[in-house]
Design a protein around this ligand. Structure first.
Ligand code: GLU
Length: 509
């Protein structure tokens, strides 16, 4: 039998799922996992299911749930089946898609395992478990359940129940090796001796645990492929044992490489920016993030890099996902973002820039909010230079202020002194003033200013830098002549006057 054959649904389209726990904001790694599931479903003509694993009521919150759903939505990862959200009814034949609404299913499965003696009640107290752990640690042994309750007789169980003790349910791991063919990692074999002994699937208070609920749901929802982060690989043998105990067909697994910091450490909340919402807030756009995340652990095998979600879905191949960790390269993300920003229709780009421009105004970094026309006029020059939408203020904020602060130390070019700078700006002012309002265009401005530099024996670069700083307050801007046109003749002249004033005194004739 070829091992590329699916165990479930060889003849049916695949069913995959993203199963986030709302215990934190949408993590960039979860976003990538969701994307890979989505891409696989789209590529294969299968179904993409969203299931909310909300059984951790202590750490979970509605705010995180909203952040996760909004983030997936923003990325454009529309699920075919999922829970009811924001007034929209649940979608799909396996509703409900929230684990807290599926408790009876777990109870029924637990009942079956108990009846078949594949699971048993465990009455060990926290103190007993703690002292087991301490003893194992002292003996330099890995922690495992010692099996104190594994062989209790019905009478012994009844005695403990009579004392009012509520047993947790432990799953019997037995002996042997669990093996599976991971689509990304190949053959994986794990000796059940390394699983830490019989493990709890339902707590004493009746609440079911992840490794158990995930199996009941993946089976009920007929999930054919479990595509998830490599950090879950140690859970897979436990889950496979439960699938087998319940007599369910096993899904295939694909464990995705971890996302790493450039120093190859794991990307964590403390060390790195991991929340998708932070990237959105900085002005990364969905097309770029999708493109970037898709390439984080997978490559087209060609030179193609800038691809839309549909183009990626067409090419996506789970078997081509890399095994090794995927390094998060922010420069590459910014580059892709810039590529995608340039591809946006002007009207669309303006709409997306709006909130960032408004934020500049709220922060009082600009004096007024530019109109669509003002933005549109500068767009051709600007959009080549925007790595993120959030860079708009740095790049073009000087356009929307009454005056720019000019630092004399920056205004005077390195090869010049204050007097030369004052001369240069004065001469430039007359040259610029000679260009009329109507013909105030880049190609009307450049030749006379170049001629001026030449006539006075100045390097054009020095003169242009002095003008640039005078009218924008900064040394790096979009092309100078386009910048002048965007500012308009009157404001250019006014800013040149102010800059000369900053240099003060010494009007030599
Ligand atoms: N709720 C789990 C998580 O967020 C799902 C893991 C899985 O895909 O099985 O990590």
């Amino acid at each position: 039998m070829s091992h590329s054959l699916d165990r479930i649904g060889t003849d049916r389209p695949p069913r995959v799922r993203i199963a986030p726990s709302p215990t934190g904001p949408l993590h960039i790694g979860t976003a990538r996992t969701a994307l890979y599931n989505y891409l696989y479903a789209r590529h294969m003509g299968g179904a993409f299911v969203l299931r909310l694993e909300d059984t951790d009521q202590a750490r979970g919150s509605i705010a995180y749930e909203k952040d996760i759903l909004d983030g997936l939505h923003w990325l454009g990862l529309r699920w075919d089946e999922g829970p009811e959200v924001a007034g929209e009814a649940a979608r799909g034949p396996h509703a409900p898609y929230r684990q807290m609404e599926r408790l009876p299913n777990y109870a029924a499965a637990a009942e079956r395992l108990l009846a078949a003696d594949m699971a048993y009640p465990c009455y060990c107290t926290p103190d007993e478990l703690e002292s087991d752990r301490t003893a194992q640690e002292a003996a330099k042994l890995p922690p495992r359940y010692v099996g104190r309750c594994a062989t209790l007789t019905p009478a012994e169980r009844a005695a403990r129940e009579a004392e009012g003790r509520r047993g947790a349910l432990r799953f019997r791991v037995g002996t042997g090796v669990v093996a599976f063919d991971d689509i990304v990692r190949g053959r994986v074999e794990i000796d059940v001796a390394n699983l830490g002994g019989d493990f709890v699937i339902v707590r004493g208070d009746g609440s079911p645990l992840y490794n158990f609920t995930v199996v009941v749901d993946d089976a009920d929802m007929e999930i054919s492929h479990v595509i998830r982060g490599e950090d879950h690989i140690s859970n897979t043998p436990k889950q496979l044992l439960i699938f087998r105990a319940l007599g369910y067909p096993e899904p295939r697994y694909a464990h995705l490489p971890l996302i790493l910091n450039p120093d190859r450490t794991k990307m964590s909340k403390r060390k790195s920016q991991t929340a998708l919402s932070d990237y959105i807030a900085q002005g990364f756009i969905r097309e770029a993030l999708v493109n970037y995340l898709a390439l984080l652990g997978w490559a087209t095998g060609t030179e193609e890099e800038v691809l839309s979600i549909d183009e990626i879905a067409e090419r996506f191949d789970l078997e081509a996902v890399h095994k090794g960790g995927a390094i998060f390269d922010r420069d590459r993300l910014e580059w892709l973002n810039g590529q995608w920003i340039r591809r946006l229709e002007p009207g669309d780009l303006i709409d997306r820039l709006r909130p960032f421009v408004e934020a500049e105004h709220v922060a009082r970094r600009i004096d007024w909010i530019p109109s669509d026309d003002e933005l549109r006029a500068f767009l051709p020059v600007m959009r080549e230079r925007l790595p993120t939408l959030g860079a708009i203020g740095d790049l073009a904020g000087f356009l929307w202020v009454e005056a720019v602060p000019v630092d004399p130390a920056v205004l005077v070019p390195r090869r010049w002194d204050a007097d030369t700078t004052r001369d240069g700006l004065a001469a430039a002012r007359s040259t610029i003033a000679a260009v009329g309002e109507v013909t105030f265009e880049a190609d009307e401005l450049e030749p006379p200013l170049r001629a001026l530099a030449e006539a006075r024996g100045w390097k054009a670069g020095d003169l242009f830098m002095a003008i640039r700083v005078a009218i924008t307050g900064r040394t790096a801007t979009p092309p100078l002549f386009d910048t002048m046109v965007a500012l308009g003749r009157d404001r250019v002249l006014e800013r040149l006057d102010r800059a000369m004033a900053v240099l003060g005194g010494g009007h030599r004739r």
